[in-house]
Ligand binder design. Structure first.
Ligand SMILES: *Cc1c(COP(=O)(O)O)cnc(C)c1O
Length: 360
């Protein structure tokens, strides 16, 4: 069996070079005489790993010194609860832009602890665009302003972020962290589950401005308290050690490719190849507003349900897998994260062209 092109939305493709390096170091890591998986999280060898991982991420994203980086577990979904528990101690208002499945989940948690002001929503058109927002709808005194920067299921992304002034902007970047240059200083919190653009599932990264730490609600469980994790440098309990090591390898790989600016160029090229073909095809269509299209997750449809089924049956035979749309939206979706090589996208487009010709 050779490696296929894996268009899964997550857990997703990892760079082949990284997997090979991990394989080489799997049984004995450097001169440690053991695998990273077997190492104490308090050992010198692991301390070097977690520190380099943090340094690399700071460098890649140009994270200012007044931000902490936390390596947690619980997935992006735990952050839906952790954020309100840590930011809604006194003032319980949250502004939010509703752009799909993942903001819906965040909304459900916010409502347990505070009051929600929906500043904009694209629900009227199946979340196929990013709403234009009217600043007059902003609460003057919200504790934070919440968005999802890239909507993994629906296929939209922000190309400009709301200007929230003194209100901290909190972004779920699970599916587009490290994919394009972003100014971290515009955000109060950025968080991401690792399994889309960083590494294997099990690691969640939180980048948080220091002044937002230490204001948790009294009911906050210790494991949900940012202050505890920040004070203990993510070693309050056992962190996902192997996931952190894999993230380090991915960050090194990214640095070699020219860091985020280099990666962004490659990502834009990949997305252009795919969207250009879709926009000129008589069979395939993108349901997403052009200006808001994600360059990570590309949903598309075919003219009939039967053709979609046939497409999804034949693609794996060509080595192109995990192309079904999310169960809530149907159709197809190609996730073309950082680790998807341009050759994979070209092969997908060649397959789509041939499929279109053969099924006229
Ligand atoms: C995948 C995803 C999540 C959920 O992540 P888990 O790690 O499974 O909790 C949340 N938000 C976005 C934008 C995602 O893509």
């Amino acid at each position: 069996m050779t490696r296929v092109y894996n268009f899964s939305a997550g857990p997703a493709v990892l760079p082949e070079a990284v997997l090979k390096q991990a394989a080489n170091e799997l049984v004995e890591y450097k001169d440690a005489g053991m695998s990273v998986m077997e190492m104490s999280h308090r050992s010198k060898a692991f301390d070097d790993i977690i520190q380099s991982t943090e340094t690399l991420l700071r460098e890649l994203m140009k994270i200012p010194a007044n931000y902490k980086i936390l390596f947690l577990q619980g997935g992006a979904s735990s952050q839906f609860s952790m954020i309100p528990m840590n930011l809604l101690k006194d003032n319980k208002k949250v502004d939010l832009i509703h752009t799909g499945t993942w903001t819906k989940k965040a909304m459900e948690e916010i409502k347990r602890y505070g009051s929600l002001n929906i500043v904009g929503t694209s629900e009227d058109k199946n979340f196929s665009y990013i709403p234009k927002i009217d600043k007059s709808k902003f609460s003057k005194d919200a504790s934070y302003f919440y968005i999802c920067s890239n909507n993994t299921i629906e296929g939209t992304r922000y190309t400009a972020f709301p200007e929230t002034g003194n209100i901290p902007l909190v972004a779920d970047m699970s599916s587009n962290i490290l994919s394009e240059v972003m100014d971290v200083s515009k955000f109060g919190i950025i968080f991401a589950g690792a399994q889309k653009n960083i590494g294997p599932a099990g690691l969640t990264i939180v980048i948080i401005r220091e002044d937002l730490i230490g204001k948790s609600m009294d009911i906050t469980p210790v494991m949900f308290n940012y202050a505890i994790h920040a004070e203990n440098k993510s070693l309050y309990n056992t962190p996902p050690t192997y996931g952190i090591y894999m993230a380090k390898l991915v960050f090194e790989w990214l640095k070699q490719l020219g860091g985020i600016p280099g990666m962004q160029k490659i990502n834009e090229d990949k997305a252009n190849i795919l969207y250009n073909y879709i926009d000129n095809s008589a069979m395939f269509k993108s349901p997403i507003a052009k200006e808001d299209r994600s360059i990570m997750n590309v949903p598309f449809t075919a003219t009939t349900k039967e053709l979609e089924e046939k497409f999804l049956k034949e693609a794996p035979k060509a080595g192109l897998v995990q192309l079904a749309g999310h169960r809530s939206v149907g159709g197809m979706r190609a996730s073309i994260y950082n680790a998807m090589p341009v050759e994979g996208v070209k092969k997908l487009v060649d397959f789509m062209k041939k499929f279109e010709m053969d099924n006229k």
